[in-house]
Every structure is written in C-alpha cells, then in structure tokens.
Design a binder for this molecule. Structure first.
Ligand SMILES: [Cu+2]
Length: 126
C-alpha cells in the first residue's frame, strides 16, 4: 500500500510540473523569441525567417488574430519535432523546446486549413 501511495504522489507531482510547462498570459519571458500568430501568418516566420540558437529554445507566442492558432516545428524530413499548445485569440503562451538540434525547420499552424492559407514559415537553429 505504501508503494501505491508513493506512486500516486509522484503522479501528482508530475501533473503539477506538466501544468507549469507553458505559462499563459503574463509577460514575455527573458531570452524568449516572440512570434505573433494571426490569420494566416507567423511574424516573424512567414515573411522573414526566425533564427534561434540550438538547444533549449523558448518561444513566446502572442495570438493577435481572431481565431485560435498553434505552432508546430517540422524538420527537413517533415517529422514534427514539437507542437505548442493552442493559443486563444488575445492570449499569449510560452512554448519551450528542450533540445532543438541545429538545422533548418518549417513551422506551421496545425489548425485545419491554416497551413494551406499560408500559415507557415521558416525557422533556423544555429
Ligand atoms: Cu492558425
């Protein structure tokens, strides 16, 4: 019984840690890369590429549009490396990528029809 209690306590701790993974609202974290999400583009990202340093990368996603958006990072093979939480209109969310390798990536919004409408861009990790 004691083991089950410890296991449940660990699950509870992990749940709290997971809930803290992406802060919502508030202000831009120090050292983060701010990206505005709107219909239907990333700024920067769509018109101009985003450059970050590889490793732990922190994005600050600001939805300045009128519908919910997210941001997925895909490698040159089209495999999804990381996907943010959905960001509601007017909301902001921190999006942490723990270990982004150096390379070129495509960013897209995974909401239906958004990528096809132009919501995609370029990300380079140096
Ligand atoms: Cu979108």
């Amino acid at each position: 019984m004691r083991r089950i209690g410890i296991a449940l306590a660990l699950v509870a701790v992990f749940a709290v840690v997971a809930a803290c993974g992406g802060s919502s609202g508030g202000s831009q974290p120090a050292g983060s890369t701010k990206i505005s999400l709107t219909e239907f583009k990333f700024d920067p990202g769509t018109a101009s590429p985003i450059t970050v340093t590889h490793g732990k990368v922190v994005f600050w996603l600001v939805n300045t549009g009128n519908t919910s958006h997210d941001l997925a990072i895909k490698d040159s093979s089209g495999n999804t490396v990381a996907t943010s939480e959905l960001v509601s209109p007017g909301d902001s969310k921190e999006f942490d990528v723990d270990n982004l390798a150096a390379g070129s990536y495509t960013i897209v919004c995974t909401q239906p029809g958004h990528e096809a409408s132009g919501m995609k861009g370029t990300l380079t990790a140096t």
